[in-house]
Design a binder for this molecule. Structure first.
Ligand code: FES
Ligand code: FES
Length: 158
């Protein structure tokens, strides 16, 4: 038995420590927002935050989240999280939608970094894969939310 705090709720889970965090979230805690894509840490569909850091939950043992704080798309309800979700809807970013929870989690992590002021285009700082090719809308959404939040230096690369 181990304790894990997910979306501000303390949960006790009884799983092998090497079980991927993604499957602990989906199977043991019923949180289906993080998706299984590649399973090898490449695509980002499974992205969640552990103590504020974006991790690829498919290759992160659940034991690495013990006694830490995990945030999934379901719990992303602070101002930045709400703005991102609303912008995704307003710009109709998603196509099939499968990758988009991971995209939003990565965008949240990017915009939440104190060092986010950077001349590097957003496109070079977000590396989640979208098989539907929605990158232009993703970058537009991140750029607009960044501007709304008063962030400096993020550009959409255009
Ligand atoms: S499913 Fe985790 S990175 Fe692709
Ligand atoms: S919207 Fe279909 S994979 Fe990204």
């Amino acid at each position: 038995m181990a304790s894990i705090t997910v979306n501000e709720q303390l949960a006790t889970i009884d799983v092998a420590g090497e079980k991927p965090l993604l499957w602990a979230l989906r199977e043991d805690l019923g949180l289906k927002g993080a998706k299984y894509g590649c399973g090898v840490g490449l695509c980002g569909a499974c992205t969640v935050l552990v103590d504020g850091q974006a991790v690829r939950a498919c290759v992160t043992p659940v034991s690495q989240a013990y006694d830490k704080t995990v945030t999934t798309i379901e719990g992303l309800d602070d101002e930045l999280g709400r703005r991102l979700k609303n912008k995704w809807k307003a710009l109709k970013v998603a196509q099939c939608g499968y990758c988009q929870t991971g995209q939003i989690m990565s965008a949240y992590h990017l915009l939440n970094q104190p060092e986010q002021a950077s001349p590097e285009p957003i496109a070079q700082r977000l590396n989640n894969i979208c098989r539907c090719g929605t990158y232009v809308r993703i970058h537009q959404a991140v750029s607009e939310v960044s501007a709304e939040m008063g962030a400096r230096g993020l550009t959409d690369g255009q």
